[in-house]
Design a protein around this ligand. Structure first.
Ligand code: AGP
Length: 603
């Protein structure tokens, strides 16, 4: 979850490095630092808290002319979020920044301390620079010293190291967390934890593979993997910086809610041909020997998985189970090679999901990822990947990624149904019609948004929220509750509507807010009676339904769609906007909520 930026070249380095870190702020952090090596002189600065503190500390520093620089935003994993624990960490003549977790750092630290090395920080990362300098003092070249250092490390790392003994080079290494190298026609080299800081500077990039390392200077990139020299494989960096801006919205999250209509049309692009679902990625993929689908994910991605499990069983007639990745990892699961292991992840870097994937691969299961970030760790490890095409999602609270995940999974349920001969022509027509309608359903109605803005003032207190729904609206209720929790910090629970009478209804009183998802296409009478039970006990009801509901204290009227998934997507937007507007009224940081990070790369 840390952010890494690096630069080799002649431009003013402070500005590039700080701007690069700003592009990575969405990943969440609690301290930051930079180090610049210019004419054999290293200047470094660190600050805890927001980036503005580092900007202030470096305000008189400039570095023009050839030089190298590294910069880091830290999300604490070992050691408190203090300035001393901020990166870069240094030895006597070298500086290092690191993202990930060095699992064997205590052994290395103890050995180095036994040899008289003193440590300043509580971090695992600091062992890297002392180990490097230990090998330098044993008269190894900087390259060999770096290689020996990397070979000593166990765990996850993206590393940039600079040293006075090699003032023109940045040493880099990558394992299990992302690191990208970019270049342009002006002989400038860039490093980043993601594309974002490189957009507008690099023309092409390398997404480094696990186990790769090397050193780069103005003239060349020396790339190795398992001591073998590798040919750098550059790809065009085609993201547009525009997309990463807020373009007129108050928050990235708001922009991303409004973007759902356009990105879902991109998600569908090329995947419905002649009224049939088509996945180019799956053209070689045989589902016939698959008897079950097991889906594994975290957070919002888990909710998408849960919603899709109803579709896989109902449409594809295939057994489908869903696992929370952090539970799955340690439950010693029974895995069968006839099970397709489906991994859902926006970032493709979530540690728990990544480890679950590795378990499934080790057990010999076919693996398929539904992911939003190409070349991410999960994408690179999975047998096959279907990209959701949601574009950069910078709001920590996921919205368009969720929408595109559900859409891809719905498409996939139809693809599996067809491949197993379970899809009737009538059902196919009905589903394709509803699929094609999703981008329209997701167009935000500005009057509705304004209504939710006005309504939100009533929901700023109370002793909590229940979001309730049945069938696919139960996972949507879970997701609506998570959205609200994440950005308003108010307590909210998603619950199966039918379960309320088995305990939670004891909480019902006038200060308990219940958001009821009441579609007309699925179990309406059942959900209606559940809501009436709550209303009879004076719970405050916000009903979301195409059908008028007199007992509601507040009512949002939705479109009378004929397909449950159309109702699902419309109600999804309503719960997203409700959470956004409540959070705005509470004055919270909608895009970077407290305690959260966009990509949870540690367990
Ligand atoms: C979503 O709003 C949350 N930020 C979080 O639950 C997220 O969905 C979860 O951490 C999984 O992330 P992933 O999809 O990148 O794997």
């Amino acid at each position: 979850m840390c952010g890494i930026v690096g630069y080799i070249g002649k431009r003013e380095k402070r500005e590039f490095l700080l701007d690069g870190l700003k592009e990575l702020e969405y990943r969440g952090y609690d301290s930051a630092g930079i180090a610049v090596l210019h004419q054999s002189e290293i200047n470094y600065f660190k600050a805890s808290g927001k980036l503005d503190n580092l900007t202030e500390k470096t305000k008189d520093f400039r570095s023009l002319g050839f030089g190298i620089g590294i910069a880091h935003t830290r999300w604490a994993t070992h050691g408190k979020p203090t300035e001393i624990n901020a990166h870069p960490h240094w030895g006597e003549f070298s500086f290092v920044i690191h993202n990930g977790i060095i699992e064997n750092y205590m052994e290395i630290k103890k050995e180095l301390q036994g040899e008289g090395v003193s440590f300043l920080s509580q971090t695992d990362s600091e062992v890297i620079v002392h180990l490097f300098e230990k090998y330098i003092k044993q008269n190894f070249t900087a390259q060999v010293a770096f290689e020996k250092t990397i070979n000593s490390l166990k765990g996850a790392y993206a590393i940039l190291l600079i040293s006075k003994i090699a003032p023109e080079s940045i040493f880099f290494a990558k394992n299990a967390v992302p690191l990208i190298v970019g270049r342009n026609a002006k002989d400038e080299l860039f490093f980043g934890s993601s594309d974002a800081p490189l957009i507008g500077f690099a023309d092409e990039v390398i997404y480094l593979e696990d186990g790769s390392y090397g050193w780069a200077n103005e003239k060349e990139i020396n790339l190795y993997k398992n001591s073998q020299k590798m040919q750098p494989n550059f790809k065009l960096l085609n993201s547009s910086k525009i997309y990463a801006q807020k373009d007129g919205f108050r928050f990235f999250m708001e922009k991303e809610i409004y973007e759902q209509s356009i990105v879902t049309s991109e998600t569908l692009m090329g995947r419905i041909k002649d009224d049939k679902v088509f996945f180019e990625e799956l053209s070689e993929y045989d589902f016939n020997d698959i008897e079950e689908i097991k889906i594994c994910a975290c957070g919002t991605s888990y909710h998408a998985a849960l919603a899709s499990s109803y579709l896989f069983e109902r449409i594809a007639k295939i057994r489908c189970s869903v696992e929370i990745a952090s539970e799955f990892r340690y439950k010693e699961p029974l895995l069968d090679k006839k099970t397709l292991f489906l991994i859902i992840s926006q970032s493709g870097e979530t540690a728990d999901t990544l480890q679950a994937l590795k378990m499934a691969k080790k057990a010999g299961l076919k693996t398929l990822a539904v992911c939003n970030v190409d070349n991410s760790s999960i994408v690179r490890i999975s047998d096959v990947t279907i990209l959701t095409r949601a574009g950069i999602e910078k709001g920590v609270a996921s919205t368009k990624a969720f929408a595109t995940q559900v859409l891809v999974l719905w498409l996939l349920s139809l693809h599996v149904a067809r491949s197993k001969g379970k899809l009737s022509e009538d059902l196919c027509k009905t589903e394709i019609k509803a699929l094609r309608g999703v981008p329209t359903v997701l167009k935000v109605n500005e009057e509705l948004h304004e209504k939710l803005h006005r309504l939100s003032k009533r929901y700023l207190h109370g002793h909590g929220f229940f979001f309730i729904g049945r069938d696919i609206f139960f996972p949507l209720a879970l997701e609506g509750a998570l959205k609200l929790k994440e950005i308003s910090y108010l307590h909210a629970e998603g619950y199966p509507a039918g379960e309320m009478k088995h305990g939670p209804i004891a909480l019902a009183d006038s200060t308990l807010f219940t958001v009821a998802l009441m579609p007309q296409t699925l179990l309406y009478d059942k959900i209606k009676s559940n809501v009436e039970e709550l209303s009879a006990r004076d719970a405050t009801i916000l009903a979301i339904s195409p059908k008028e509901f007199a007992l509601a204290d507040d009512f949002i009227k939705t479109q009378p769609y004929e397909h449950p998934m159309s109702e699902f997507f419309e109600m999804m937007v309503i719960t997203q906007l409700l959470a956004l507007e409540i959070s705005v009224r509470l004055g919270n940081d909608v895009d970077m909520p407290r305690n959260l990070a966009k990509s949870v790369t540690v367990e």
